[in-house]
Design a protein around this ligand. Structure first.
Ligand SMILES: N[C@@H](CCC[C@H](N)C(=O)O)C(=O)O
Length: 418
């Protein structure tokens, strides 16, 4: 049963609950979303099910539902219900839509942007669609959409969330034997825009992801910055000023400079190392004072790096303070999402850039070949820590960190064409 005024699916309410909507005279409707609130503790699926009957209300702006405004009921089919789950990795949050068995309703770019809106939608840094694999070697494929609608090739925190979701689903008895046999051991192979990515859910609930080797060829990052050949096996460790090399150039280009007492970005240039982890990253090393200044001014300077002409597909930008040989602090401005609490691919790029520029020592071979127990580098992000290990053996980067279920819900997917 659907409410003829606001199209809310009223059949899911218990008799004791009353459906209420703001009526047909407004553009706003109340949509009730059944919510399973997630525990932030790994491995506590049973505990979080205990609160699964909690119901949350939120309002979504409905654009162009002419029938509802006119008071005529619209066919529910025209605005299908979207089932979603929300997961987060260190505060980098995603709306996951599992479309492996049913591609309907299809989420288009404009709808993804609306879903990510923190004021008018569910709110997230991105939407991740789980789709059937194209090749037989993969468990499934993901299509990732940033909050601004752009589609990145890869997302480290998102892949951890997807892996955790897949294993959560397979551990759910209602999911059936096929799911269980596929993901029961916690290891997956996922097709992404950056190739196959292999996450593994560990016994402590964290997820370790084989992120593959970094890409250092400037053309492949892609960046028009020239590569440096100072380090033999790193063709594209670039340290290049952004927009000119003089204070006048920078002032003319309105690139902000840190205050004089910040020596990390002195000489009036921002020096960066470009690294791709499937998606482009511009890594900038700064000292403690500059880090504080950058973090306070991120909304102002982040977009300037993101859209800098040296990065033809835009770029994610990480500001890194080296705190110790195994310790980095990171503030990130993400392409298509802005300031986020964490960026997995960014943390990997930061460790690669710090290693190839000699700021931290190369990491040793993994203890008994296990990238999780090796002497990984810890990257401190606003949302928490990630362990990053760049294997000297196969040159792959391994990222280990948490991923948590937040809640599940459903909402009407508004048509973009109206
Ligand atoms: N937060 C992600 C990266 C998401 C994609 C990025 N915004 C891009 O456009 O490349 C991560 O954890 O890696």
């Amino acid at each position: 049963m659907f409410c003829s005024s606001c199209l809310t699916n009223t059949s899911k309410y218990r008799l004791s609950e009353r459906h209420s909507c703001t009526g047909r005279s407004t553009w706003w409707r109340q949509i009730r979303v059944p919510v399973e609130l997630g525990s932030q503790q790994p491995g506590t699926r049973a505990a979080r099910c205990a609160v699964s009957s909690t119901t949350r209300r939120f309002a979504m702006q409905v654009t162009g539902v002419r029938d509802a405004r006119d008071g005529k009921p619209t066919s529910p089919k025209a605005f299908p219900w979207l089932q979603f789950v929300k997961y987060e990795g260190l505060g980098n949050d995603f709306i996951l839509v599992d479309q492996r068995k049913c591609a309907w309703p299809e989420v288009d770019t404009a709808q993804a942007v609306r879903l990510c809106d923190r004021h008018r939608g569910i709110g997230a840094d991105g939407v991740i669609l789980l789709l059937p694999a194209i090749s037989s070697g993969a468990d499934f494929r993901v299509r990732i959409v940033n909050a601004d609608g752009s589609e990145p090739e890869m997302c480290g925190n998102g892949i951890r969330c997807v892996a955790k979701y897949a294993v959560d689903v397979c551990n759910d008895s209602a999911a059936g034997p096929n799911e269980a046999s596929t993901f029961g051991d916690g290891a997956l192979s996922i097709e992404t825009g950056a190739g196959y990515i292999r996450p593994r859910v560990l016994s402590d609930g964290r997820v370790c992801v084989d992120m593959g080797p970094p890409i250092l060829d400037p053309q492949c990052v892609p960046t028009t910055l020239p590569g440096s050949r100072r380090i033999a096996d790193v063709k594209a460790a670039v340290e290049v000023p952004l927009d000119g090399s003089t204070a006048e150039d920078i002032a003319a280009a309105r690139l902000p400079l840190p205050p004089p007492e910040c020596c990390g970005a002195s000489e009036f240039v921002w020096r960066c190392t470009a690294v791709s982890m499937g998606n482009p990253h511009c890594v900038i090393f700064v000292d403690q004072k500059t880090f504080a200044w950058v973090d306070a001014n991120l909304e102002r300077i982040g977009p300037m790096f993101e859209t800098h002409h040296c990065f033809p597909r835009r770029t994610n930008t990480e500001f890194i303070e080296v705190c110790g040989p195994r310790d980095l602090r990171m503030s990130v401005w993400e392409r298509g999402a802005g300031r986020t609490m964490a960026c997995g691919t960014g943390a990997c790029a930061a460790v690669v850039a710090a290693t190839i520029s000699g700021r931290i020592p190369s990491q040793g071979a993994g203890a008994s070949g296990d990238p999780v127990s090796a002497d990984a580098c810890v990257v401190h992000l606003p949302g928490g820590d990630l362990e990053i290990y760049w294997s000297p053996e196969n040159r792959h980067v391994y990222m280990t960190g948490p991923a948590n279920f937040v809640y599940r819900g459903e909402c009407l997917l508004e048509s973009s064409s109206l």
